[in-house]
Write a protein that binds this ligand. Sequence first.
Ligand SMILES: NC(=O)c1ccc[n+]([C@@H]2O[C@H](COP(=O)([O-])OP(=O)(O)OC[C@H]3O[C@@H](n4cnc5c(N)ncnc54)[C@H](OP(=O)(O)O)[C@@H]3O)[C@@H](O)[C@H]2O)c1
Length: 314
Amino acid sequence: MVTNVLVTGATGLIGRRLVNKLTAKGLIVHVLTTSKSKFIEQKNVVNFLWDPSTGYIDPNCITDVRSIIHLAGATIAKRWTKKYKQEIIDSRVKTANMLYDLVAASEHKPVHFISASAIGIYPSDKNRLYTEDFSERDGSFLSEVTVLWEAAADRFADFGMRVCKLRTGLVLATEGGVFPQIYNPIKKGFGTWFGDGSNWQSWIHIDDMVEIYEDAEATFLEGVFNAVAPSPTTNRILTEKIAHYADRVLWLPAVPRFVMELILGEMHTLLFDSQRVSPAKLMHKRFYFKYESLDEALKNLLQYKHPSRDIIKR
Ligand SMILES: NC(=O)c1ccc[n+]([C@@H]2O[C@H](COP(=O)([O-])OP(=O)(O)OC[C@H]3O[C@@H](n4cnc5c(N)ncnc54)[C@H](OP(=O)(O)O)[C@@H]3O)[C@@H](O)[C@H]2O)c1
């Protein structure tokens, strides 16, 4: 029985947790990384190298692999110069194409390709609730990247493989991603929201995100799915709730849009874009979220202890 899974971007925020989860189930995980120094030395992991800048990929990474999980992607939280924008695209699309060429040349074909995708594919809008069948695009950089990224994933159907794309919202985790970026200033007393703070932010707790990948792999899930919790929030509410559960006061005025545009350039849209996204399709596949409510997710991340419980303990 083939029990190997190939994971790209396995050394990142989602990947590290996913590797632990898959190996704990007894699967052999092939980690494909761009850096030898990031090799994951643990039981049931086999490391392989690739170099998207030269097109090198270790062909053995695909041996006896039943699923490929493509998480690789350069961070979008870095200034979007023309050169860096190309890196954001290449690290997702060129890498998918390298995997495609490898599968094409290999006698053994995996059965499943799962790709990370992003809710940035949907136009920024404060009124709509997005489901996967919404097909309008707004031509923003993130939307263009995501369209190319998903198209690169779709090509794996050429081999009769099942293709799954997970349009991911803001992943909340203590060890990386957006949560520490909001929480750290709040902790130091300098937290606030942006603009009027009314833009929608569709979030997901890291535990649920990893569970979705694991479930998708185990069931050979096919199609495009929004990977967000069922209770999207706004930038202001997210900031206020983090402050509440961290027991900190927000006193600074909101940061106006033009200030962030001056500081960050085009990338400031990350802070102001609004996407209210529905996970109904995933829930119809009987996916149960551990963290449906933002309060429960934040209490977990901030290890919040209810004051009344503290009183009882004392
Ligand atoms: N976290 C979120 O909130 C979120 C939201 C929406 C979508 N996503 C998507 O989900 C995927 C995983 O997210 P994550 O948060 O785990 O990402 P992450 O922590 O930034 O890790 C991504 C991984 O991609 C690889 N990588 C980075 N630059 C690369 C490049 N230039 N060429 C090839 N590989 C490169 C790195 O692996 P090596 O150094 O080992 O090669 C890195 O560990 C990403 O594609 C991301 O865009 C994440």
